[in-house]
Design a protein around this ligand. Structure first.
Ligand SMILES: Cc1ncc(COP(=O)(O)O)c(C=O)c1O
Length: 403
């Protein structure tokens, strides 16, 4: 709700544009979600069970892939994929410098060395040329990130990987439902990891999954995700009783529960509608900001179908007297939530020992200095978009750099 047309930004003493905060994200949970979760709670079966099996089957059908393994986060999914593909000490894994820390943490947890590659200006996704530059005889896997809801140049990444015998695990935390040239993300590399975290297009609160066309890999992933227990042994030794299991590999505890899977099933059945609503919000922003002197709009690479998990604008800093951090604070003062995706991995103290001064990431640096993620969620209304744009313009006009 717009409170005032006063042109002085709130951060400079004006009245905030909105009385109520417009959050950066509001989850889209409705009665159909609540019903399916309640039904599962009432069923008496709370952990891994039939609802998770249903979710996996429906996810596989949706993505058009042979196998889906539901797990408790995208971080777990990436870690399991690395382990199942034999990545470990002595290996290098090349990933994007512009990602959430968990992509890199999972590589470190296997004992392998993460190697960061710079991004491309157009999509903020990792650049295949940069991946190639950083590939060595020790490179065992690439972990490209499909940033914000659109595919990276996955065809080029796969060509490079295949020519060198390197495995590809995709971080599609942002990109459930996205496609490239009509083919869904999740059907390209050796394995793809998705996130069902609270802000994602399809959410289970916390959760994720892996997709793979490789049956052998799927079997290893399933086993690793659940203590290393083998489903084969359940059927092979059925005569010994339901209590019997066999562990051939010390696995982890990363499985999904039926309660969360119920939410996942319900969300999956409307995920295209939720993404269509985000797309509408993205269009409203694009219409209003297309000719802006202060803000640069995100671009979609031809062939990509974007899910608009994020809507990232870049400030034209040459037109402003303020930096990105002051701008985000000013937007907050107008009662409008926003965020920054991401702090480049190499800026985190823990990562310093993995790089030296010859490792530079100029595109990442430039992007990070001016990126702002605007609020975008399915229930956002056109008036909310108007408020965001009015607030942004008010701030920019006040802090305009005059030559
Ligand atoms: C690019 C990226 N990769 C991985 C993750 C980790 O996802 P999760 O929280 O499901 O482990 C996130 C989280 O938002 C992310 O943004």
């Amino acid at each position: 709700m717009t409170a005032t047309n006063d042109s002085l930004p709130a951060v400079a003493g004006g009245v905030p544009l909105r009385n109520e905060v417009l959050p950066f994200y509001r989850p889209a949970i409705d009665e159909s979600d609540i019903k399916l979760v309640s039904d599962t709670l009432r069923s008496g079966w709370l952990t891994l069970g039939p609802v998770t099996t249903d979710l996996e089957r429906e996810l596989a059908e949706y993505l058009g892939v042979k196998n889906v393994i539901a797990v408790n986060s995208c971080s777990a999914a990436m870690f399991l994929a690395l382990k199942a593909l034999g990545v470990g000490p002595g290996d290098e894994v090349v990933t994007s410098a512009m990602t959430f820390t968990s992509t890199v943490n999972t590589i470190i947890h296997t004992g392998a060395t993460p190697v960061l590659a710079d991004i491309e200006t157009e999509t903020f996704c990792v650049s295949p040329q940069e991946i190639e530059k950083r590939t060595t005889p020790r490179t065992k896997a690439f972990m490209p990130v499909h940033f914000g809801g659109q595919a990276c140049r996955i065809d080029e990444v796969l060509d490079l990987a295949r020519s060198r015998g390197i495995r590809v695990i995709e971080d599609a935390a942002h990109s459930f439902g996205a496609s490239y040239n009509g083919k869904k993300i999740g059907t390209f590399g050796d394995a793809t990891a998705f996130s069902f975290y609270a802000t994602k297009n399809l959410t289970t609160g916390e959760g994720g999954c892996l997709s793979t066309a490789d049956d052998g890999l799927a079997k290893r992933l399933r086993q690793l995700s659940y203590h290393g227990m083998s489903h084969d042994s359940w059927s092979r030794y059925a005569d010994r009783g339901a209590w019997f299991y066999e562990v051939n590999v010390p696995g982890y505890k990363c499985n999904m529960s039926d309660v969360l899977s119920a939410l996942g099933l319900s969300q999956l059945r409307k995920v295209d509608e939720l993404t269509a609503r985000r797309t509408k919000v993205a269009r409203w922003f694009i219409e209003r900001l297309a000719d802006s002197a202060y803000f640069e709009l995100p671009r979609i690479r031809p062939g990509n179908q974007h899910t608009w998990h994020l809507f990232v604008i870049r400030l034209r800093l040459e037109r402003l007297k303020i930096d990105r951090d002051t701008f985000t604070k000013a937007l907050g003062a107008e009662n409008i939530g926003c965020s920054v995706h991401f702090i480049p991995v190499y800026k985190h103290p823990f990562f310093r020992s993995y790089i030296d001064e010859t490792d530079t990431y100029p595109v990442c640096e430039e992007y990070f200095s001016r990126c702002v993620s605007l609020p975008i969620f399915p229930s956002m209304r056109e008036e909310d978009v108007d408020d965001v744009v009015t607030a942004m313009n008010r701030i920019a006009a006040y802090y305009e750099r005059t030559q």
